[in-house]
Ligand binder design. Sequence first.
Ligand code: EPU
Length: 338
Amino acid sequence: MDLQLEHDVALAALNSFGVAARAARLVRVHDAREVRRLVDDAQLGACRKLILGGGSNLLLTRDPDALVVKVEIGGMRVLRDDEQGCIVEAGAGVRWHELVVWTLQQGLPGLENLALIPGTVGAAPVQNIGAYGVELADRFESLDAVDLTTGREVTLDAATCRFGYRDSQFKHALAGRSLITRVRLRLPRPWAPQIGYADLARRFAGGAAPSAQQVFDAVCEIRRAKLPDPAVLGNAGSFFKNPVVNRTIRNEILEEYPEIVSYPLDDGSYKLAAAWMIDACGFKGRALGRAAVDARHALVLVNRGGASGAEIIELAQAVRAAVRDKFGVELEFEPVVV
Ligand code: EPU
């Protein structure tokens, strides 16, 4: 079957911010073969491409000047489950939360801390999603991708993906060059609950070790209480990364703001809670036009209805300037800005 090209497609429903933009051309791919066919296509092969998963880590500030490739590759299966470990594989178009739920239903724990993260399986490695003490890199085995210049299919390991904090090679050298088709995850055996993160530690303090289902339920409950649901109020999760600073800078800030929340990292540096700093700048709940800083979680910017990408960026710049003025720290955006 030929590739089905769609013209002048509204993107508001395809990005979790719900920002209105239009794609001049959009093509949906359902397997690696279709991706290769796209690369080989005389017309479409050479044009610039914007790869779209769940659209939950994306801020559109204009109509993309590229062919939008919507990844709709499905399928989930267990590749192995024995004393050596458990490996599951999922298509890039599967919703991440659906994979988490499915693995638990199969009796395969390990992803429960990552419940309710919006977006698709294929987008998960791009920003190395993480929450409640676990990140994708901790569970990653390998992924398959198609090189969009050569059409070649490759399997990439963790070292090639270069995972960092909300970061990977797919945001750098491989951006727009490589389309992820399948992801394989290694679930830890033996399994033990990861409940070190403050919110979870508090919840399970003093009790018996929770089951994976109990951790899953707790994570869902905490997220629902703290983070706005993109289906109700457009957003892309955390809009800023938590900045990492060295010990000297952290101590200077701590002297002036003893309540600041920070976490020590293995290399001696510190991650500062950006939400706390934004909150301290009085930005929580503040609106600028149709964009706002969420009233419950200061790290999340929301679309109050009809906001443009430019309005959201304007608010983000104002937040960034306030944090820079008060704390001398530069905040970095988490979503990809087009
Ligand atoms: N805080 C405030 N004001 C707020 C919100 C939070 O002062 O409005 C304080 C909290 O009291 C807490 C600290 O800031 O002491 C950190 O807050 P939280 O535990 O909610 O985590 P976070 O650092 O803000 C990160 C991730 C989230 C992830 C949570 C849980 C980043 C950029 N964000 O948020 O990921 O769910 O930890 O692990 O690392 C995402 O990336 O989209 C995302 C939601």
